[in-house]
Design a protein around this ligand. Structure first.
Ligand code: UD1
Ligand code: CA
Length: 459
């Protein structure tokens, strides 16, 4: 069977009340258009209809799909007509056509396959996914005749009061026999409340011609569409629960799922504990048996197994196993921590490699650093990486000890096993195993306090 898949994403999304094209709004950190992309990723012959601000939307279309521009958005039926007039579509022949709305992000591959199989097995002209909705508002209602056959779909805006009470809703996901569309798409009219060409009217045409129509039930959540911010909000809440439940089923512990924000593509190893108020965003991967949170935000980062990240912010960074981050640490982009590294309270790192076993336990800044293994970077020490014009590198070789309150003025290299005395401002390279001290010698002025007091009493 040759099946073409068409995704309709040309609409403006007026009801969103936003300048951003509807399919570029994000649900759990991922653009809506990419959700449907995921659902059809294993399908062939994909055509994505875009229109409103298509230059922006185009960038999100995967290479294995064909883009079709619908210049004027005259309705879902018109979108399909545009496809059926497009050269790239007409260059091959298909037996069936799957139509998926671009604004239904929770639709799953398995559900689409179920629909396709049923339509093919039953030799239907049209099959579409429906759901019994608690709140059918805004969706097309599925109208049955006296014998419970599907006779048509009525849009919310065209529905009578009686029809509005029907809670069987149209998902907007259809599988058509190719020939049926080819023969009927030209017959749609825009004689309705919105003056649009409704794809849904094909159902009534099929009914009139006594062609076989079937419906396949799906869950209300899986076919939720996004037309307004309100719906985006509700859908995101459902999607969030779904995703957290999947992680829980995989053996991840959530202290409080209501305060956990886990983006769609985040991976979490089993045995990991996610504590309250944790945000795991973008393409983040958390290893096994970690403890993340409370109050932690990790974006686009990789955290090695058996690590702890507490009260911290981690962005575009990676760690090996058994690291300890926080409380109150900030790993900025390009921080790569080796095994058992510790970055503790009020420490910040940026674009730095920090070797196995090195410790930055408190109140420190490491930027543009090449820190080898087992380095101790004491409280108050910083790499002075920026001279006002350029960012410069600090290299600290294995086992070096950087005392408290040290300024390492980059570019500078500290040799293997060297010591830097507390409070030093280091501007020159330090040889291996040396002690570098840069501060004036301490003077003790005996009896100072008494003399000071006497002077005051004389006044
Ligand atoms: C549509 C269905 C409705 C169904 C609902 C499910 C019609 C007439 N109605 O309503 O029965 O319950 O979906 O979510 O089809 N689009 C284009 N070009 C256009 C118009 C729309 O590509 O000219 C795209 C939109 O970008 C969107 C999808 O088609 O992704 C559906 O359009 P939308 O306007 O959201 O239709 P609904 O009112 O939700
Ligand atoms: Ca919609």
């Amino acid at each position: 069977m040759n099946i073409a898949t068409i995704v309709l994403s040309a609409g403006k999304g007026t009801r969103m009340k936003s300048e951003i094209p509807k399919v570029l709004h994000k649900v759990l950190g991922k653009e809506i258009i990419l959700w449907s992309n995921d659902a059809i990723k294993n399908f062939e012959n994909k055509f994505i209809v875009i229109g409103h601000q298509h230059q922006l939307v185009e960038e999100y279309i995967s290479d294995d799909s064909q883009t079709i521009i619908q210049q004027q958005q005259l309705g879902t039926g018109h979108a399909l007509l545009v496809v059926f007039n497009d050269k790239s579509f007409l260059s091959s022949t298909y037996d069936y056509v799957l139509v998926v709305p671009g604004d239904v992000p929770l639709i799953e591959e398995e559900t689409l396959n179920r629909l396709i199989t049923k339509v093919i097995d039953d030799d239907a002209a049209i099959g579409f996914l429906v759901a019994s909705a608690n709140n059918p508002f805004g969706y097309g209602r599925v109208i049955l005749d006296k014998e419970d056959n599907v006779s048509k779909i009525v849009e919310e805006r065209d529905a009578s009061e009686k029809e509005k009470k029907i809670n069987l809703i149209n998902s907007g996901v259809y599988c058509f026999k190719y020939d049926f569309i080819a023969n009927h798409i030209g017959q749609l009219s825009d004689a309705n409340e919105q003056h649009e060409f409704y794809l849904t009217d094909l159902v009534e045409l099929a009914f009139t011609e006594k062609q076989k129509i079937l419906v396949e039930e799906s869950s209300e959540v899986s076919i939720m569409g996004i037309n307004s911010m309100d719906q985006l909000h509700n859908l995101e809440r459902e999607a969030r629960d779904n995703i957290i439940n999947k992680h829980i089923a995989n053996g991840v512990y959530f202290q409080d799922a209501t305060t956990a924000y886990i983006d769609k593509d985040v991976a979490i190893g089993n045995g990991t504990k996610i504590l309250a108020n944790t945000h795991l965003l973008g393409n983040t991967v958390i290893g096994e048996n970690c403890k993340i949170g409370p109050n932690t935000m990790i974006s686009d980062s990789d955290i090695g197994s058996s690590s702890t990240v507490i009260y911290s912010v981690v962005t575009e960074s990676s760690t090996k196993r058994e690291v300890q981050v926080g409380p109150y640490a900030h790993l900025r982009p390009g921080s790569n921590l080796g095994k058992r590294v510790k970055v503790g309270a009020f420490a910040e790192t940026k674009k730095s490699n920090i070797g196995d076993g090195s410790k930055i336990p408190h109140l420190a800044y490491v930027g543009d650093g090449e820190i080898e293994k087992n380095v101790n970077f004491s409280a108050g020490a910083i790499t002075v990486n920026y001279d006002g014009e350029n960012k410069n590198k600090t290299v600290i070789k294995e086992g070096a000890f950087i005392g408290s309150d040290v300024m390492l003025i980059a570019p500078v290299t500290i040799g293997e096993g060297a010591f830097i005395g507390a409070g030093s401002v280091i501007t020159k390279d330090v040889p291996p195993k040396a002690l570098a001290v840069e501060r004036s010698e301490q003077k003790n002025i005996e009896g100072y306090a008494d003399r000071k007091k006497n002077k005051k009493d004389e006044k």
